[in-house]
Design a protein around this ligand. Structure first.
Ligand code: AMP
Ligand code: MG
Length: 420
């Protein structure tokens, strides 16, 4: 039989075509399949309608090596996946006494008799492998037909996921002949997506070889651009070398805006830098309201390098808790280089930290002015050796400005800790 290289995912359930339920199963499955070097060719959400289900299955069967369905294995009349697949493949549905016994046993354990409608869940197409479901009544089904594999899984994620990992992954691993997806992620901050693309494009266009093609994806979020390089195949060593070469070239071309080539987040990078110096950070936040502190303390072990901080939203708090001179705020404004610097210096001194950081800005939608429009943010970082302050202007809504701001502060911490 041929190895399995492509897959289609069908999410079955009318509820998935309303705003009340999201198809998350296909995301989980895509992740797992990609890791096995299997590319998802198409995914769809289909109503509980036999005609539409059959049409979608027919299309999938004519195109992909592997078809995975989730949902529609329940006991109720609207659950039709089992019947539709058996029909289409021309397989008889037969009752499996072993499966029936397991379902009956499940009800008996709770002191109930099995409702008659659950009997349907013991039906399996002839030749199907039944996948046990320790978390529910609907067993999964796996069919191998020539080169093709069809897997039917229950809809609830807590039933579907362990079933896929426990029973389907090992069988798929046998059918992928050691093919795996290898991936490298390069993370950049302080550049826009198009700036990164401009520098990176010639490099990733030339990356890889005919035998080891490299696929690249660029993903942007506020303050962070990720470059994903991946290649699937069975020669992990060669692929690893090809990917590492491309990463090294990209890192060299992009320079110090690259903060991670090993999957670490910027808060992890900053945490490591602090930890290695034996330094602790103190944080003063205005417009981010604690978002920077939340990210710094997301990292396990952060108590070793995060001392604490002050959310100084109102000017009174900047004055009373951080020691920012009232006159300084009056003269320059709460969003100014002077105030940001005094906030960072104040929090560092009061908490006896080695390094202090502050953020003050206008997240909007109100509060802007011609000189300081919404999105104006000032970040300061201070150590015993001095204070650096930068003014930014971040486009976007309140939440976006706040995320950009926390990211900028983390990057200024990273830079201060990498050099001074
Ligand atoms: P079913 O197996 O069709 O009885 O599905 C039962 C329940 O599983 C649904 O009501 C949903 O809450 C959940 N579910 C079904 N399909 C999905 C999906 N694709 N993603 C996430 N949850 C799902
Ligand atoms: Mg359903």
């Amino acid at each position: 039989v041929r190895p399995i290289v492509t897959a289609d995912i069908l999410a079955v359930g009318s509820e998935l075509l309303t705003p009340h339920r999201v198809d998350t199963n296909s995301l989980f499955l895509t992740g797992r399949l990609n890791d096995l070097g299997i590319a998802v060719r198409m995914k769809s959400a289909i109503r509980d309608n036999p005609r539409e289900l059959t049409a979608a299955l027919t299309n999938a069967l004519s195109n992909a090596d592997l078809i995975v369905t989730t949902g529609g294995l329940g006991p109720t009349a609207d659950d039709l996946t089992r019947e539709a697949v058996a029909d289409l493949l021309g397989l008889e549905l037969v009752e499996r006494p072993d499966v029936l016994a397991v379902i009956q046993e499940r009800f008996a354990r709770r002191g109930a008799a099995m409702p008659a409608i659950n009997r349907r869940q013991a039906m399996a197409p002839e030749g199907a492998i039944v996948l046990p479901n320790p978390n529910g009544t609907a067993p999964g089904l796996l069919l191998e037909q020539g080169d093709r594999m069809v897997v039917l899984l229950p809809g609830p994620p807590r039933e579907m996921q362990p079933m896929f990992d426990g029973w389907v992954v090992p069988r798929l691993a046998d059918r992928t002949r050691g093919r795996r997806l290898h991936r490298r992620v390069l993370k950049v901050t302080g550049r826009s997506e198009s700036q990164v693309e401009e520098v990176a494009e010639p490099i990733y266009a030339a990356a890889g070889t005919a035998e080891t093609p490299v696929e690249t994806t660029i993903l942007a979020s506020p303050g962070q651009i990720e470059l994903h390089l991946s290649s699937a195949g069975d020669d992990g060593q060669t692929i690893g070398r090809v990917l590492d070469e491309a990463v090294a070239r990209l890192a060299e071309a992009l320079g110090d805006v690259v903060f991670s080539v090993d999957g670490r987040s910027i808060e992890e990078v900053v945490g490591d830098l602090l930890h290695r110096r034996g330094w602790r950070v103190a944080v003063a936040e205005s417009c981010t309201g604690g978002a920077l502190m939340a990210r710094l303390t997301d990292v396990p072990g952060a108590s070793a390098w995060v001392l604490g901080g002050v959310v100084a939203y109102a000017n009174e708090v900047k004055i009373a808790e951080l020691g920012v001179p009232a006159g300084l705020i009056e003269r320059h404004g709460a969003v100014s280089e002077e105030t940001a610097g005094a906030m960072a210096e104040g929090v560092r001194a009061r908490l006896h930290a080695e390094i202090g950081v502050s953020i003050t800005g206008i997240a909007g939608p109100g509060g802007g002015s011609p000189e300081k429009p919404v999105g104006t943010v000032v970040v300061a970082v201070t150590t015993g050796a001095g204070t650096s302050v930068r003014r930014f202007w971040f486009p976007g809504e309140r939440e976006v400005v706040r995320r950009f701001s926390a990211m900028a502060a983390l990057d200024m911490l990273r830079r201060a800790l990498s050099t001074s």
